[in-house]
Design a protein around this ligand. Structure first.
Ligand code: SIN
Ligand code: FE2
Length: 215
C-alpha cells in the first residue's frame, strides 16, 4: 500500500464531533456532477454579495441563497427573507440535486426527517473567515444544520453552547459534510482565514452550502 492509500484507510469516513454532530467525509462526491452546474445556475440568478452586519462590518465571506427562505444581514439585523434584497425577486428554488444531497447527509447523521427550506451559500476567497457564532435565526431548532464543503480546504472550529467553551478544529475538504443538531444544534462554530491555494474544480475559493429549516 502506498502512502496515499495508507492515509485514506486511516481517515474515518464518519467522525463524531459531539453528541448530535457528525462529519461525513466525501459524501458529496457522488452528487458533485449535478450540484456544481446547479450552483452556477443559482449564482447566475442571485449573485454573490458581501453583506453588512448590524454593527456596520462588511463580511469577508460573500453570500447568496436558494430555497424558500434566504439568510440576510444588513444594518437593521439578521433575518430570513423570501425576497433577495439585491434583485427584489424570490431566491432561486432549491435545486433537486441540493435537496437530494442534504437529505442523504442528514439521514446518515441520524436526522431522517430533515426538510430544509433554506440554503445559505458562502464563498470564501483566500483571507476570508467567519467568526465564531451560533446559527439561531431559524424558527425551529429541531432541524439540524447540514453544511457542505466544496473547493479549497478550510479549518472549521467547533465549540460548545458557550462562546468560551473549548474549540476543536477540523479540516473540511472538498466533498465533506458536517451536520450538527439535537444537543449540539446551537454550538458555536466558525471558519478560520482561508489559506491561499488552487482547487482543481473550483479554483481559488471555497464554497460552503448550509441547509437549514428556517421557517
Ligand atoms: C456557516 O457557519 O454558516 C458556514 C460554515 C462553513 O463555512 O463551513
Ligand atoms: Fe453558521
Amino acid at each position: 500500500m502506498n502512502d496515499l492509500f495508507a492515509t485514506l484507510a486511516l481517515e474515518p469516513a464518519r467522525e463524531t464531533l459531539a453528541e448530535g454532530a457528525m462529519l461525513l467525509r466525501g459524501i458529496v462526491l457522488p452528487f458533485q456532477d449535478r450540484v456544481l452546474p446547479a450552483l452556477r445556475a443559482v449564482i447566475g440568478q442571485a449573485p454573490f454579495r458581501h453583506m453588512v452586519t448590524p454593527g456596520g462590518y462588511t463580511m469577508s465571506v460573500a453570500m447568496s441563497n436558494c430555497g424558500a427562505a434566504g439568510w440576510v444581514t444588513d444594518r437593521s439585523g439578521y433575518r430570513y427573507d423570501r425576497i433577495d434584497p439585491e434583485t427584489g425577486k424570490p431566491w432561486p428554488a432549491l435545486p433537486s440535486s441540493f435537496l437530494d444531497l442534504a437529505l442523504v447527509a442528514a439521514k446518515e447523521a441520524g436526522y431522517p426527517n430533515f426538510r430544509p427550506d433554506a440554503c445559505l451559500i458562502n464563498r470564501y476567497e483566500p483571507g476570508a473567515k467567519l467568526s465564531l457564532h451560533q446559527d439561531k435565526d431559524e424558527r425551529d431548532f429541531s432541524h439540524p444544520i447540514v453544511s457542505v464543503s466544496l473547493g479549497l480546504p478550510a479549518t472549521f472550529q467547533f465549540g460548545g453552547l458557550n462562546r468560551t467553551d473549548p474549540i476543536r478544529k477540523y479540516a473540511l475538504l472538498h466533498g465533506d459534510v458536517a451536520v450538527w443538531g439535537g444537543p449540539s444544534r446551537l454550538f458555536y462554530h466558525g471558519v478560520t482565514e482561508l489559506k491561499d491555494g488552487h482547487h482543481g474544480t473550483l479554483g481559488r475559493m471555497r464554497i460552503n452550502l448550509t441547509f437549514r429549516g428556517a421557517f
